[in-house]
Ligand binder design. Structure first.
Ligand code: ADP
Length: 457
């Protein structure tokens, strides 16, 4: 058994099985054996069970939220927000299941017909991270099941309790064994079992770029389709003409969500010269009002980091930046609460050559850079191997369009700090991965196109 730890106080709140290779193999077998039956169901039948799952979970949001607070550390209202976000995918794909349309094309034969149909890719597997223990599961499972695929999931061992609860509700809703399977244990061995099994036709992974590349190499050997949602290094660019208070609010919400442990968290805040000081003053005022605490409360609080290595990484990045000349405008230390709590921190005078510029911080740290021109900031924003999301604030319409084209990212967010919802294509470019999750784009990842010629001769 693997202990599940509450990062707010170090207590053991549950366990998840350390499954043997034999148990994992049996679960993969069930996933593969269930595929033909599930694929042959009508779209309406698949839609109905997804909808039942949605209704059951929706009626018990608080049950899920409390588990999430305990195993992840995020506060209650964030957990409830994540549940609404995650339920959105089940609802969306219950509907989308019925709209996996094909095509008919003009034929190259006088009496012929050309049909293009979409079929589920087959049994699939996925591996999910701990930062969104609910939404990551529903986003992948709902899409796969809607398309007619079966899926086996390995959730993060840090946050498996939310995942098991989701499975329990799925069974109650009528999603059978095999169609949705789950395993926990040795992540590396499970990853190898998923990627090496020739019957698994697609792997969806959200997590670090390092692990994503390992899995992609294995999948490449077997030519398996993949969706990879990996690390980010999001620029958050504020121009002189931005509405400052809105930009501050957008930044604080985007950055402090989940204590900064989010792949789309603003990692580099670029502020134009003319408003740099005014912006930082407002940011300091806004962040100073936010408390650090364990998450079982109604107000928004910044919770603990997930574990000791995560905390040490943040400490090291901040100390390194300060040793090279960055100045601390707020925080900069472990919080007085001790344990895994780190103070919300605002670092000014950060330079592009510092380690923090090229590293996903994954903590409540705002790293602020100064810039002069649009051309300069686009070049600096793109100077990273990642390309998940880029945020920008400006009231100049022409500039907004130029930025939307020139920023190298899968998602460009103008004048907002909010990115994800069920209807949009979420995903990155460069080392942030490939493939999209959400909306009608998401389901395309789980179907293959078949061309049928009826020659009519
Ligand atoms: P993070 O830094 O967010 O924990 P990881 O990429 O390490 O990112 O973890 C994301 C998911 O990948 C988790 O479910 C974890 O258990 C899993 N994982 C970690 N290492 C491996 C591996 N070598 N093979 C397969 N999965 C892995």
């Amino acid at each position: 058994m693997i202990n599940v730890i509450n990062p707010a106080d170090g207590s053991v709140i549950g366990q998840t099985p350390m499954m043997s290779a034999v148990v994992v193999a049996a679960a993969i077998d069930r996933t593969c054996e269930a595929f033909p039956g599930w694929a042959q169901k009508t779209a309406k039948e698949r839609s109905d069970v997804l909808r039942r799952w949605y209704d059951l979970v929706r009626a018990d949001k608080r049950v899920f939220a409390e588990i999430m607070v305990q195993e992840n550390g995020k506060c209650l209202n964030e957990a409830l927000g994540e549940i609404d976000y995650g339920l959105g995918f089940i609802e969306w794909y219950a509907e989308e299941a019925k709209r996996v349309y094909g095509d008919t094309l003009p034929s190259h034969y006088p009496h012929g017909s050309v049909l293009v149909i979409k079929e589920p890719v087959g049994p699939t597997a996925s591996i999910t991270p701990w930062n969104f223990p609910f939404m990551m599961i529903t986003r992948k499972i709902a899409t796969a099941l809607a398309a007619g695929c079966t899926m086996i999931i390995k959730p993060a061992e840090e946050t498996p309790l939310t995942a098991w609860k989701l499975l329990e509700y799925a069974r109650e809703a009528g999603i059978p064994e095999g169609v949705f399977e789950m395993v926990t244990g040795d992540a590396k061995a499970i990853g190898e079992a998923f990627t090496s099994d020739p019957r698994i036709h697609k792997v969806s992974f959200t997590g670090s770029t390092r692990v994503g590349k390992l899995l992609a190499a294995n999948c490449g050997a077997a030519l398996k389709k993949m969706t990879l949602e990996l690390g980010g290094n999001a620029p958050f660019i504020v121009f002189d003409d931005a509405t400052l208070d809105d930009a501050v609010t957008g930044l604080v919400n985007a950055k402090l969500r989940n204590s900064g442990q989010v792949c789309i968290s603003p990692n580099r805040v670029f502020i134009q010269d003319g408003i740099y000081d005014a912006f930082i003053a407002r940011l300091v005022a806004a962040v100073s009002k936010i408390r650090v605490d364990q998450g079982m409360q109604d107000e928004f609080v910044v919770g603990p980091l997930i574990n000791q290595p995560a905390l040490e990484k943040v400490v090291e990045l901040v100390d390194d930046a300060v040793s090279l000349g960055a100045t601390i405008r707020l925080g900069g230390k472990l919080d007085a609460k001790g344990g895994l709590f780190y103070q919300p921190t605002i670092l000014c005078d950060v330079e592009d050559s510092f380690k923090i510029h090229n590293t996903e911080i994954f903590g409540p740290v705002f790293a602020a850079y100064r810039f002069k021109t649009e051309e300069e900031v686009i070049r600096r924003a793109n100077n990273t191997e990642y390309g998940l999301v880029a945020y920008s604030w400006t009231t100049d319409l022409g500039r907004a369009f130029r930025l939307s084209k020139q920023l190298e990212a899968g998602m460009v967010i103008m004048n907002s700090g909010s990115v994800g919802t069920a209807s949009v294509p979420f995903g990155g470019i460069k080392h942030s991965g490939y493939g999209r999750e959400g909306g009608h784009y998401g389901i395309e990842e789980y179907v293959q196109v078949k061309y049928v010629l009826m020659s009519g001769q």
